[in-house]
Design a protein around this ligand. Structure first.
Ligand code: 4SX
Ligand code: FE2
Ligand code: CA
Length: 350
């Protein structure tokens, strides 16, 4: 590629197709506390408490739950031409989208990226009230802002090379000493990530993550789900990630779309920010306390749509799967890498 990539600022919004807007509203607004910017019979436009762009999440009513778009904000209107030229040279489908096609969003460029995801680039967006100090509406589990997207893709090194071409840098990854890469975390804004690439059948959306300021806000969301007898929607956590060091929780929305609530990762903005590589056998890589990852977290994810709204075909991963090497029959893990191990294989604990 000789063409310059568009200057991406950050991940900015996602659009999910959901089957029942009322059920989704109860989850995203009543439990997670997202703020409604606009809603009608077709869609709900949501933002978190510190966001001033029109939305960071759109829930659109449709028959088949899916991801409709992942949007990145670029540094200015001029970057749209840059994006168009870049993706035309990549040889993928590119569309100019007139301002207002998506409520609250100016002119945009939409592409079906080389990984098979529907991606939008935009700059102009309607500003709305920023609820930073609206403590009267925050609630005890307030979400501050969108933090990242996490996508399943079969070939992580290829996906990483594509995102490096777009100007993203790697903060952390998971690999083994045979050279298999299982996942990579990549950023434009100076945090651990804007997008994580998780090896698996793809293209599929693994999750969308929102940040809180505090750990107790994540714990409150767990308590709230318990109180409304929806604890089944808690899939994984709360816990502390090894990768990213973030405190986390994964919940599943009424259609099964996965949402992560995330806080306390770290600054990555200097040019020499060190890359952290984790051994796939390190039992603390995904949960710093060593708690097991539930199988559904490895296997389940949301289907994605193409630019015409049709379901994209899913391609299986051919390389070794992380779930198989870490919790499968032959799996093993360690807590201390220096050989001063616990002396048992995972699954053999008494
Ligand atoms: O499970 S991991 O510790 O690898 C992890 C997963 C770290 C950060 C994330 O945002 C995530 O979804
Ligand atoms: Fe995440
Ligand atoms: Ca559960």
């Amino acid at each position: 590629m000789t063409t310059t990539p568009p200057d991406v600022i950050r991940c900015a919004y996602a659009e999910l197709v959901v089957s029942d807007l009322k059920a989704s509203r109860e989850f995203y607004v009543d439990v997670l506390g997202l703020v409604v910017t606009y809603e009608d019979d077709e869609a709900i436009y949501l933002r978190a408490c510190e966001e001033y762009l029109h939305h960071s999440l759109i829930l659109r009513k449709g028959a088949e739950p899916a991801l409709a778009v992942l949007a990145y904000r670029v540094r200015g209107e001029g970057e749209l031409d840059v994006a168009e030229a870049y993706y035309l040279e990549l040889g993928v489908e590119v569309r100019r989208v007139p301002a207002g096609t998506t409520r609250g969003i100016g002119e945009a460029v939409r592409v079906l990226d080389p990984l098979g995801f529907p991606i939008e680039f935009f700059y102009e967006a309607e500003h709305v009230e920023r609820f930073t100090q609206r403590y009267d509406v925050h609630g005890a589990g307030a979400l501050s802002r969108l933090d990242h997207f996490n996508v399943n893709t079969p070939d992580v090194p290829a996906a990483r090379a594509y995102y490096e071409g777009l100007g993203f840098r790697v903060s952390e990854d998971i690999r083994d000493d045979e050279g298999t890469v299982y996942a990579a975390w990549m950023f434009r804004k100076p945090t651990v990530h804007d997008v994580a690439l998780t090896g698996g059948a793809g293209p599929r959306l693994h999750h969308i993550a929102f940040a809180t300021h505090e750990r107790h806000q994540i714990l409150h969301i767990c308590d709230h789900l318990g109180a409304v007898r929806k604890s089944d929607q808690i899939e994984r956590g709360p816990g502390r990630h090894g990768v990213s060091n973030a405190f986390y929780l994964y919940v599943r929305d009424p259609d099964g779309h996965r949402i992560e609530i995330y806080t306390h990762d770290y600054y990555t903005g200097d040019p020499d920010n060190p890359v952290i590589s984790w051994d796939v056998h390190d039992n603390q890589r995904r949960d710093w306390w060593g708690n097991p990852v539930v199988p559904s977290w490895y296997t389940e994810a949301s289907r994605v749509l193409d630019l015409d709204g049709k379901l994209q075909p899913v391609v299986e991963r051919t390389e070794t799967k992380e779930m198989d090497v870490t919790i499968g029959a032959d799996g093993f893990s360690y807590t201390r890498a220096d050989g001063a191990d616990q002396g048992f294989k995972l699954g053999e604990q008494v």
